[in-house]
Design a protein around this ligand. Structure first.
Ligand code: CAA
Length: 382
């Protein structure tokens, strides 16, 4: 593994860092408190090329590699994980998915505006009865001439309240279970589409999440992404890419918690010394540093494999599993090191703690990541 960063990788990391510190840091806690979608900063991120980092420039993206994406995700999420969530869903779940599986007309119509940040994209797989068991979806797309009529209810759709376009997964032939699913491009301005209330969440509160309702929504067959029956595999393949983004987001949260803790340990005094002089604090910092470094290696490794065109299902699952657990661990240690101040809303530490928690749940729980890692490992050894 060679992690010597190229000039291009350093540039995008520095650009994301500078933008996050200048534009996001001053507003992050207010938007979190209000649970408000940060439209203005997301628009600026689009203008900077941060909403379609891996997408070729002819389709509105920045034309960079996966490590560039990871480095930028980490910098943005270090300052605010809500912006990280919005960025990750737009980049991986929508843009990368459409780039990999969409046809030329779909790319021109939907990818160009979303990758350039002019429009917002989302991904809709989960339903009230099917979260981890994603193949058990009930939303139906019935073929009717040269179109499909969609009816059903989707849940936990990140950016659902604001998305212009959504990649939707639905059943076309329920008797075939996951082999009877298809993917469709949904235009949220069309009739038959409605959004539910915005979910009140523990963390990533500035990223908006809601249910979606399809009531005789008619979609032309040309808006189907891939072939009938390919939906589940497309959904899984896109999630492989998404999990690298969430792993990078978790890494950013962990790094933020760590940096704040080191700073505080050098400043705060107790019993006549800086608290960083005490072994109790030192051991927490040592464990945080070690686990963050290990998580970073896993995330970069998954990114490099994706860039090289190798299979990375297992690597992405490992990166997401480990980095998300490190984010929770680091945020918990940061609160402990800061004591009462860590629990106060005057500092962002309690936000890191709340934001870290979702990374162990969305885009596949830690339990699902372990299942994937075990299955892929057993396949390799067979
Ligand atoms: N890439 C391509 N194909 C894949 C694949 C992958 N990564 N993983 C599985 N497949 C294929 C399999 O090869 C299999 O193909 P065949 O039918 O040809 O044999 C098919 O898909 C079915 O695979 P499984 O038998 O493994 O399916 P399963 O029902 O046992 O489920 C699972 C596997 C890993 C548990 C899967 O259901 C899963 O990942 N669940 C979690 C879903 C998830 O992450 N949801 C989050 C949604 S997004 C979100 O969080 C909200 C948001 O907006 C951010």
């Amino acid at each position: 593994m060679d992690f010597e960063l190229t000039e291009e990788q350093k540039q995008i990391r520095d650009l994301a860092r500078e933008f996050a510190q200048k534009e996001i840091a001053p507003i992050a806690s207010e938007y979190d408190a209000r649970g408000e979608f940060p439209r203005a900063t997301i628009k600026k991120m689009g203008e900077l090329g941060l909403m379609g980092i891996e997408i070729p420039t002819e389709y509105g993206g920045a034309g960079l590699d996966t490590l560039c994406y990871v480095l930028a995700m980490e910098e943005i999420s270090k300052v605010d994980a809500s912006h990280g969530t919005i960025m990750s869903v737009n980049n991986s779940l929508f843009c990368y998915g459409l780039y990999k599986f969409g046809d030329q007309a779909q790319k021109e119509k939907y990818l160009v505006p979303v990758a350039s940040g002019a429009k917002i994209g989302a991904y809709s797989l989960t339903e009230p009865q099917s979260g981890s068991d994603a193949g058990n979806m009930q939303t139906l797309a019935v073929a009717a001439g040269d179109s499909y009529v969609i009816n059903g209810r989707k849940s936990w759709v990140t950016s659902g309240p604001v998305a212009d376009f959504i990649i939707l997964f639905a059943m076309v032939r329920p008797e075939l279970k996951h082999k009877g699913t298809s993917a469709f491009m949904i235009d949220t301005a069309q009739p038959g589409f409605a959004r539910g209330k915005v979910e009140p969440k523990l963390g990533i509160r500035a990223s908006a999440t809601c249910e979606l309702f399809f009531d005789d929504y008619r979609v032309a067959a040309r808006e189907r992404v891939g072939q009938d029956g390919d939906g589940f595999k497309i959904a899984m393949s896109i999630l492989d890419a998404g999990r690298i983004g969430i792993a990078a987001q978790a890494l950013g949260i962990a790094q933020a918690a760590f940096e704040a803790s080191v700073k505080y340990a050098k400043e705060r005094e107790a019993f006549g010394s800086k608290i960083g002089d005490f072994q109790a604090i030192q051991w927490m910092l040592a464990d945080m540093a070690t686990r963050i470094e290990a998580a970073r290696l896993l995330v970069y490794n998954a990114a490099l494999k994706k860039t090289r065109g190798e299979k990375y299902t297992r690597d992405a699952a490992m990166a997401k599993l480990y980095a998300s657990e490190v984010a929770s661990f680091a945020a918990d240690c940061a609160i402990q090191i800061h004591g009462g101040m860590g629990y106060s809303k005057e500092l962002p530490i309690e936000r890191y703690y709340r934001d870290a928690r979702i990374t162990r749940i969305y885009e596949g729980t830690s339990e699902i990541q372990r299942t994937i890692i075990a299955r892929e490992t057993l396949k390799q050894r067979a």
